[in-house]
Design a protein around this ligand. Structure first.
Ligand code: KE4
Length: 446
């Protein structure tokens, strides 16, 4: 385990610490996205200098097996050679034109080929832009204003979604962010994940004029932003049926699950066809690229064909598109064997972690679906936000620190999923399990 002074690895080394002090002078919290600040786990974040394959190296030269993977984009690990080659080839022709390019058509066609419910697609620069656009489309298409999300799910930081949100919003105890106008927040309705009755009640209230009429239900088909929480049997099919009956659109937010759980994402794995899908992370290959797509009759409402406005200076950026296209082509080339490998390696990890938890007696349980894994510090399986919220956050912080000093970089928050990449081999998985065994034993010893 580890590759040197483990003692120094309890958190950031000297160079990282100095960089953080400098960063804090000019950047709020010293980071450009809150969850990176290690606020939930204590200690200071190592500043990362480089990544290659499954490992990252920090400013002090410490290396880690990485399960953040840039929060999901790196299905093929850091600095994947075929991605670098694709971007290098595009780079010499220019970086941005603000005009249509052939590669954007290639990527749109590749996305539609991979995700059958997506008949037309618009490229944007972030998952937030994708979900914000999907909601605006749904509101325009249905001429209704309400939106149902699920407590603990996170769909980016657009105002309408920062109401009982997951991920960093939950981590930092601001699930409903200041700055979101009450008049807008009241149009965001929160149901309970895996509870169809809670959805039906909100839809019925809207239909009866006792609450906002619902334009859409947006869901992470496999929740990742309260930790990895799979849908209960029948839950997604139930959402499809309820939304169809209510005349509301079903939006699958596959920013995290898209192209990760299957080539066609969670909707392929569970056989459900949503009206709109948001995608990001993997489809950008580590570059700022995301997408919103779905039914042709809905997507054609987008400007300039339709009246629903949406735009972006760097939307469809040639370098990001080159990276995304390379990734989707590699996914197609490797075929189903890629997802079989991701599943097998992730199951190996989850089984090893379960054994380590059982051996230590620390109250925790392990959730795994596809290449998404979470160790919940709650003895009971987690099926919704209430279960996630009952996790022992302090125990997670100790676990995270113990893994870090043993050379394993986990997402620095309980309400996140770990990401297994195609580069995580059996050796790295077994090294991770050994680090978990030692850490949990240390925790059990008090
Ligand atoms: P971005 O705007 O961060 O590209 O995407 C927002 C988003 C939308 N939908 C889902 C399902 C997501 O998971 C995300 C972003 N995920 C978080 C990690 N849980 C990004 C990490 C961060 O906030 O720094």
């Amino acid at each position: 385990m580890g590759d040197g002074s483990d003692a120094a690895r309890g958190g950031a080394g000297e160079r990282s610490s100095a960089l953080l002090a400098r960063a804090k002078k000019r950047i709020p919290g010293g980071v450009n996205s809150p969850v990176r600040a290690f606020g939930a786990v204590g200690g200071e974040p190592p500043f990362i200098a480089s990544g290659e394959g499954v490992r990252i190296r920090d400013a002090d030269g410490h290396t880690y097996i990485d399960y953040i993977g840039s929060w999901g984009p790196l299905l093929f690990g850091h600095a994947a050679p075929f991605v670098l080659d694709a971007v290098r080839e595009a780079l010499v022709h220019g970086t941005s034109f603000g005009a249509p390019t052939e590669r954007e058509v290639d990527l749109a066609e590749a996305i539609c080929a991979a995700v059958p419910s997506v008949e037309a697609v618009r490229l944007v620069c972030s998952g937030t832009e994708a979900t914000m656009t999907a909601l605006r489309l749904a509101r325009a298409f249905t001429e209704r204003d309400g939106v149902i999300k699920f407590e603990g799910c996170y769909h980016g930081h657009a105002d309408s979604f920062l109401v009982k949100a997951g991920s960093g919003a939950a981590t930092f105890g601001v699930p409903t962010s200041p700055g979101v106008p009450a008049d807008l927040a009241r149009l965001t309705l929160n149901a309970r994940f895996n509870d169809l009755d809670s959805v039906k009640a909100l839809l019925d209230a809207g239909a009866a004029g006792e609450g906002p009429a619902v334009a859409a239900v947006i869901v992470e088909p496999v929740a990742g932003n309260m930790g990895a929480v799979p849908p209960a049997d029948g839950f997604l099919a139930g959402l499809r049926e309820l939304t169809e009956k209510a005349g509301a659109l079903l939006i699958f937010d596959e920013v995290m699950t898209g192209f990760r759980l299957a080539r066609g994402g969670a909707q392929e794995r569970f056989g459900i066809s949503p009206d709109l899908t948001t995608m990001g992370k993997v489809v950008g290959g580590g570059f700022p690229l995301a997408a919103v797509g779905g039914r042709d009759d809905v997507m054609r409402r987008l400007a300039p064909e339709g009246p629903v406005y949406q735009a972006g200076t760097l939307s469809g950026n040639p370098l990001a598109v080159a990276a995304g296209l390379a990734v989707l082509r590699e996914i197609e080339r490797r075929g189903p064997a890629l997802f079989d490998q991701l599943e097998t390696r992730s199951q190996r990890l989850a089984d090893g972690l379960r054994a380590a938890v059982s051996e230590s007696g620390v109250p925790a349980n392990v959730s795994q679906l596809g290449s998404m894994v979470t160790v919940f510090f709650n003895p009971e399986p987690v099926t919704d936000w209430d279960g996630a919220d009952r996790c022992d956050r302090e125990a997670f912080g100790r676990f995270h620190a113990g893994m870090l000093k043993r050379g394993v970089m986990l997402p620095p928050a309980q309400f996140e999923a770990w990401f297994v990449s195609a580069e995580h081999g059996e050796a790295e998985i077994d090294e991770t399990i050994a680090a978990a065994k030692a850490t949990l034993a240390e925790m059990a010893a008090g």
